[in-house]
Design a protein around this ligand. Structure first.
Ligand code: RAT
Ligand code: ZN
Length: 435
């Protein structure tokens, strides 16, 4: 295949990254079978539905709820008053305060504009009512195809939270609820590791012999619960989010979370050949009045991740951490263990300056053997901006690295560049899943 001149590198890398479909490994998106509060041109609205899409959802994303409380603090708009508003009223407030009264400089604001623009709407209209009527004409299922095409996403990984009552009931009511091939299920079970006593109580209500005391019988009951839900959801990996205080101290660690990890989660996932994803560093609800926007970041313990990778060689671990301060150490950890796959620029790291920094460092330490990004989209349409912005940054880093290689006399082919793009956006994830 054609070798390329240094002057062509940037253009060819950008093209390869843009043309490579991405398998998005972590989102909070769902197919229409889980219901949607916005019916658009199709079916009936389900106010509790899990598929969020459209301009009002984009504007009321929890990142923007937090940001609007900087513009109009709680002494001016009490939290309770905001939460009493309808979704449209909340969106009107955020649009006015963050887009009209102030320049929408933040990444979350900019994302709304990129999304509208790539959908063919004109952000310079500043016409929220006009955008609303455009969305109201879309059929949700067709719209999923359209968004996936614009974002060049080939598959969307869900987060199927088994301790969420709303979601759990939908799986129990319809075993086929997760069957849309555009989506891949993931079993998410934070409570087992974060709150064993509370989880045990629920499991026993659901018919499993699981108690607060972690007896052999309790642990077997919890393993059975996980097996049943892996069967039901066909989850492609297991996942949890963990606090900055998360520690795993090895075989003697008797904390209830560590026992559940060692005796329940890791054995069941190993028996099924499935990886375990750990998202570490979210300190929940420092400001509960902000709802989902009320969590913050704290520094976590990479040594615990090393211990897990060493003590459980038959398990595979995806890991992302929320604190910028943890990133170098976590990337070095991945050099020590092939069963550790670092992924994504999570949440408060999903900003251009930090994506650039992290992706560069990871590529310098790991070559092409990591997963640079996931979207964490909670609103379908966000796939468009999250991947548009990230692709630009990943391409820039990859082009710089190819330019450095060219300066060392290494001549890459177009196929080499396409192979890099494919690994970064698709096959590193797919191959790690396959084991
Ligand atoms: O990034 C987010 O939207 C967070 O609220 C969380 O969803 C986090 O990504 C998680 O999966 O726990
Ligand atoms: Zn998430």
């Amino acid at each position: 295949t054609a070798t390329i001149a240094p002057s062509q590198i940037e253009e060819l890398v950008t093209q390869a990254i843009n043309e490579q479909p991405v398998w998005d490994m972590h989102t909070h998106l769902y197919p229409t079978s889980f219901g949607t509060p916005l019916a658009g041109a199709g079916g009936a609205a389900d106010p509790q539905g899990l598929l969020l899409w459209g301009v009002d959802e984009l504007l009321t994303y929890h990142y923007l709820v937090a940001e609007v409380y900087r513009a109009v603090p709680a002494n001016k708009l009490p939290y309770a008053d905001f939460w009493k508003m309808s979704k449209q009223e909340q969106a009107d407030h955020i649009w006015r305060e963050l887009f009209l009264e102030r320049t929408p400089l933040s990444e979350a604001c900019r994302g709304v504009l990129t999304t509208l623009e790539r959908l063919g709407l004109d952000p310079s209209d500043r016409d929220l009512a006009g955008y609303r009527s455009w969305f109201a004409e879309q059929d949700p299922s067709d719209y999923i195809d359209r968004v996936m095409e614009i974002a060049n996403v080939s598959r969307i990984t869900m987060t199927n939270a088994v301790f969420d009552e709303n979601e759990r009931n939908r799986w129990l009511a319809d075993p086929q609820v997760g069957a849309d091939p555009r989506f891949a299920p993931v079993l998410r079970f934070d409570n087992l590791l974060r709150d064993w006593a509370g989880a045990a109580k629920l499991l026993s209500e659901w018919g499993y012999e699981v108690y607060e005391e972690q007896s052999d019988a309790s642990l077997e009951g919890a393993r059975q619960f996980l097996r049943d839900w892996l069967d039901r959801t066909q989850g492609i990996y297991g996942a949890v989010s963990l606090p900055p205080s998360f520690r795993y101290g090895g075989a003697d660690d008797q904390s209830s979370g560590s026992v559940a990890l060692r005796e329940v989660v890791l054995p069941v996932l190993a028996e099924r050949g499935l990886p375990f994803a750990m998202m570490i560093g979210s300190q929940l609800q420092v400001n509960p009045s902000l709802g989902d926007g009320g969590d913050t970041v704290g520094k976590s313990d990479v040594a615990s991740v090393l211990t897990l990778c060493r003590d459980f060689p038959n398990n595979r671990f995806f890991c992302t951490m929320l604190a910028r301060e943890n990133q170098h150490e976590l990337t070095v950890a991945a050099r020590k263990f092939g069963n550790l796959m670092v992924f994504g620029c999570w949440w408060f790291l999903n900003n251009p300056s930090l994506i650039d920094e992290l992706t560069r460092m990871r590529m310098e330490l790991l070559g092409p053997t990591f997963i640079p990004q996931h979207s964490d989209a909670r609103v379908l349409d966000q796939l468009i901006y999250k991947w548009d912005h990230s692709r630009q940054l990943i391409a820039k880093v990859l082009a710089d690295k190819h330019a450095d290689l060219a300066a060392s006399g290494w001549v890459a082919s177009e196929d080499d560049i396409r192979r890099d793009a494919k690994m970064l956006l698709h096959s590193n994830f797919e191959n790690f899943l396959a084991g």
